[in-house]
Design a protein around this ligand. Sequence first.
Ligand code: TNX
Length: 496
Amino acid sequence: MASLLWAGAMTGCGSEVRVRGAALVPLPAEVVAGDSGFTLGPATAISVPAEAAGVAEHLAFAVREATGRRPERRSGGEIRLALAAGAGAEGYELTVDDDGIVIRAQTEAGLFYGVQTLRQLLPQRADGEPVRVAGVRITDRPRFPWRGAMLDVARHFLPVAEVKRYIDLMAAYKLNVLHLHLTDDQGWRLAIEGWPELTKIGAASQVGGGPGGFYTADDYRDLVAYARARFVDIVPEIDLPGHTNAALASYGVLNCDGRRRDPYTGIEVGFSALCVGSPQTDRFVSDVIAEVARLTPGRYIHVGGDEVRELSTPAYTRFMERVQEIVGATGKRMAAWQEAGRARLLPGTVVQYWKTDEDPGVVADAVRQGAKVVMSPASRVYLDMKYDSWTHAGQDWAGMVEVADSYEWDPATLIEGVGAAAVLGVEAPLWTETVGGFDDLTYLAFPRLPAVAEVAWSPQGRRSFETFAPRLAAQAAQWKRWGINYHESPQVPWKR
Ligand code: TNX
């Protein structure tokens, strides 16, 4: 057995069948090529234990994607999922040999990631011809537990169906956190019981003045369940105390002068703030956080905290500390943008680094207080940055960000005083001031999102852009089948 990073096409032992090598993204922790292999035929069945029923459908889907035929599920099937101790919370082992394909994991999440890897190993035929998979043994587990993507549904609303499509794309690359930026100056996108004007007024517009939109509690529950079935946790963000014009336009009482603001459809940031310290604001924030916590099974509630130019530092930190208390009272933990590092934080709070044009000292301050860090350096992983000056959508305040920029960095050495132990993970935000449709959205996300997924999943010592670029190129066939728009980066050797 020889170690295999990228094998392009290789020949199965004793067979004329050309099979595809391991063009895997994200790169697994360990891949050892075998000299045998397995051929999926019309009678190939899958075997899934009852306790892993949640993964059966995903496996059947993967097989059908490759063969064009939905496999039967029965014990003794040649493609087998097995729950077994040893691989860790999200790890798995995948073996392909003459007898068949086995994925072993300790958890359903681990099995699901094994299935995502298998999807990338299966040549896509869909024409009834046998599908040959090269012999291989993969032992894999993620580097970081928080492997995130963020969607800004406030600046431009995204319907439930499009968020689901994005979740599918994330899950294919083993990302497991969808941070939903639900509120901002331009829109309030989640219905809150007892505060109906938030969606009547606050949701009725977006950047440029479009129709806007919002999620009902049922829509949101539907998204949570859809994500959960793909082992993705939703982290909802209610951005406070700034980025709140949509709320300030909905309710006069949230303003110190008692007067409603006008709806905002521009793209300036930093001008709005709740009337912090007032009993009405306190009741509003308590109601909103309680409702969001009730709807969210995950552990974290994100409360923003970014870019508040209208408040003094003491007023800002007092407010954030109060919000931290409110979140804690619901049994959740607070997540917030890096600015929250100026406040007194509870251990286990999550701060999200983003501002690459400023001294990150505030992040190290947060870590000294016991906070954990999610790395979203704008100059590397802000998917709303343009690739180059020709990119038709996006911004450039953090620079042009090509796929190699997104790939070539180490979250554990990025900030002095923030070592591996303090890093919870990595997240790629996609802000939508300039992004009005799903095609533009995926154009910005692909290929950078898979690059970030590998930063979050794969061992640092095994990664290099040189081996990543051809593996990334091999993904494009799948993107075409999925019908997603992507950027043909000149840094990637796409196959024509
Ligand atoms: C900064 S990142 C913001 C967002 C903008 C984004 C545009 C952060 C916490 N705040 O409000 O949408 O830049 O790139």
